[in-house]
Each structure stands twice: as structure tokens, then as C-alpha cells.
Design a protein. Structure first.
Length: 139
């Protein structure tokens, strides 16, 4: 029984990463240069790579994982049939998922704010700061 759970978990994770890898190539190419038909790599592209990786981690991994965990918790809750331990488990999954996505989004906000200040050091908080993924002196 334990071996089946391990194999099933591995297959699900492998399938998710395979699907997300395909999404990364078609939906958001992580490396913006150096491929066939793409420009040569410069410092501007390195900055864009950082932006692509961060956005992929948040939008391509964290948010879909949150949705899947909410669905799983809902299924556990619906199939609990009044079993108090399963209801408690579903609530824990909901709570931990909310805490996790909150940590991810706050981390993204902090990183974005820090990088905006590094990319535009002369700006104050009252000024409009452009997107941090637009490196200074790049198109």
C-alpha cells in the first residue's frame, strides 16, 4: 500500500513537471535569448531571465498548486461523511495552503520592491516606478 502511494505520488509530480515544462516553452520562454531565431544574449536578457523565472514560479507553479490543493481539500471535506479526523485534515490543508500562498505572494512583493529600488536607485516611493523586469537602458 505504501509503495503504491509513493509510485502514484511520483507519477503525479512527474506529470505536473512535464506539463509545466511544456508550458514554460510555449507560454513563457524562460530564456529569452540564444535559441534559434532569438537574439544573442546580453545583460538585458539576463535581467529578463530573472523576471521570467520569478513569474514562472509564482504563476506557473504556486498558483496551480494552490488550486489543486484547494480542490483536494474540498474533496477530502466532501468525502469525510462526518468523520471528525478527515474534517480536521481538510481544514489543515485549507489553512496550510492559504498560509503557503500568502508567503509566496508576500515574498514576490518584497523581491519585486527590492529589485525596483535596485534597478531605479534614484526614485522615491512617491514616484511611479516602472516594471522591475525592464532593465535600465534596455529597449
Amino acid at each position: 500500500m505504501k509503495g503504491r502511494k509513493i509510485i502514484l505520488s511520483f507519477l503525479i509530480i512527474a506529470g505536473l513537471f512535464s506539463a509545466l515544462n511544456a508550458l514554460a516553452v510555449e507560454w513563457l520562454p524562460l530564456v529569452p535569448c540564444g535559441r534559434t531565431g532569438a537574439p544573442d544574449c546580453t545583460l538585458c536578457h539576463f535581467w529578463k531571465l530573472g523576471s521570467n523565472v520569478l513569474n514562472f514560479l509564482v504563476y506557473g507553479l504556486a498558483i496551480p498548486a494552490t488550486i489543486l490543493l484547494f480542490v483536494f481539500a474540498g474533496l477530502v471535506f466532501l468525502t469525510s461523511a462526518g468523520n471528525e479526523s478527515r474534517i480536521k485534515k481538510a481544514r489543515e490543508i485549507f489553512t496550510n495552503t492559504l498560509i503557503g500562498i500568502f508567503i509566496v505572494l508576500v515574498s514576490w512583493l518584497v523581491i519585486s520592491t527590492i529589485i525596483k529600488q535596485v534597478a531605479n536607485p534614484g526614485t522615491s516611493t512617491g514616484q511611479i516606478i516602472r516594471n522591475w523586469d525592464q532593465f535600465p537602458n534596455c529597449e
